[in-house]
Design a protein around this ligand. Structure first.
Ligand SMILES: *Cc1c(COP(=O)(O)O)cnc(C)c1O
Length: 381
């Protein structure tokens, strides 16, 4: 009966362990927007490991669960008629948001040479979008607080513009664009507005004074919101949410050999684990439990900022969420020195700064340990 692989299991485990131990543990990573999955997410992962939402006629329960998760996210983002799905991440979500806008505007206004206006601070996934979708990417300036300059956005919009992009939680600084003004602008121009809240979507709603960035603003057409970042779901779990179902129809292609006739997703085969793990966390912790986690991250961000100020480092902007960058022209050297000591931070180029993301795994203890090493590094430079 046995094909003999059981005897080789311990050998395999040794090999896998050797490689896995070369990875840097999250407890030394202050640069990532991902984190250790919540124990609830791991529980769900195990139950849904073989599911394939690419064929939802087979995995009907998983598809139903995705619907429930969409309703929860819709509630969070002030939209009862929300439609969307869980995808591979913020990159795919942004692609699909822009792709839907492109297809809709082609039909509605006959636009064949489309452009979109994005902030200079946009995530690099928009580079790929220009390349894949054949959409011209126009970059709008930022103001002195690193929010997109709405007047410049307006000046870049023309009759071929299909969509404007706003960011709720920029990758580099955690800044939030003036989505209220962008929403007003797109309504006036009768074009789409995609909000990239890949990170901020599961932070801003849980802050004491949430900034309006979601479907409560009439101009917002689609939102990227990633459970595999602050939602503590297992990777991959990205989210694309649309104002209503018509956007999904704009993405559909026919699927001759599957249990369903059409498919609106970008990938074919796709895991149900992102759905189950995101649902497990959000359902069980509830919005209250999420608020506690976000509050802790913000508290730890303040702790780091205070300590860094004592060492003479000023944040580029007064931190809004749990992403913070400190200006220094030694950014690259600091990062490299820390990396040699197996501590991971990141850098940004404009302005030159070192960047931190204070995820749930970046506890007070992690910060204290990090700062001890950081002090040694800066005094050696
Ligand atoms: C992380 C991030 C993305 C990309 O998400 P992936 O899951 O890495 O594809 C896009 N936009 C913003 C604002 C992000 O922070």
């Amino acid at each position: 009966m046995s094909s003999g692989w059981e005897e080789r299991l311990s050998e395999l485990e040794e090999i896998l362990k050797t490689y896995r131990e070369k990875d840097i543990p999250y407890s030394r990573v202050l640069s990532s927007m991902c984190t250790s999955p919540h124990p609830l997410a791991l529980k769900a992962l195990n139950m849904f490991i073989e599911t394939n939402l690419g064929d939802p006629g087979i995995f009907q329960g998983t598809r139903e669960l995705e619907g429930r998760l969409m309703q929860m996210l819709g509630e969070l983002l002030h939209n009862k008629s929300v439609a969307g799905y869980i995808c591979s991440g913020g990159t795919e979500a942004n692609i699909q948001g822009v792709r839907a806008a492109r297809n809709i505007m082609r039909r509605k206004k006959g636009i064949s040479e489309p452009n979109i206006v994005i902030p200079e601070s946009a995530h690099f996934s928009f580079e790929k979008i220009g390349d894949i979708l054949g959409v011209e990417i126009r970059r709008a300036r930022l103001d002195e607080d690193y929010r997109v300059d709405t007047a410049h956005v307006e000046s870049l919009v023309d009759s071929n513009t299909i969509s404007v992009v706003g960011i709720a939680g920029t990758t580099e600084l955690g800044q939030i664009d003036p989505i209220v003004e962008l929403s007003r602008l797109v309504e006036e121009k009768d074009i789409e507005l995609h909000v990239d809240a890949a990170f901020g979507g599961l932070v801003i709603p849980f802050m004491d004074e949430p900034y309006p960035f979601d479907f409560q603003l009439d101009g917002v057409s689609s939102i990227t919101i990633d459970p595999h970042k602050m939602g503590m779901a297992t990777i991959p779990s990205g989210g694309i949410l649309f104002r209503d179902e018509s956007y999904l129809h704009a993405l559909e292609v026919e699927t001759p050999y599957l249990t369903t006739k059409t498919q609106f997703t970008l990938t074919g085969t796709r895991p149900g684990t992102g759905v189950a793990s995101a649902f497990a966390v959000l359902h069980t912790l509830g919005f209250e439990g999420m608020k506690e986690i976000v509050e802790k991250c913000l508290e730890n961000t303040n702790l780091l900022v205070d300590e860094m100020r004592n060492l003479g480092f000023e944040p580029v902007i007064e931190p809004i969420m749990n992403v913070v960058s400190f200006e220094t022209d030694k950014a690259e050297r600091i990062k490299d020195e820390l990396m040699k000591r197996k501590w991971v931070i990141s850098t940004i180029r404009r302005p030159r700064a070192i960047r931190f993301v204070i995820m749930p795994h970046v506890t007070e203890e992690v910060i204290v340990n990090f700062l001890a090493e950081f002090r040694r590094v800066i005094s050696s430079l």
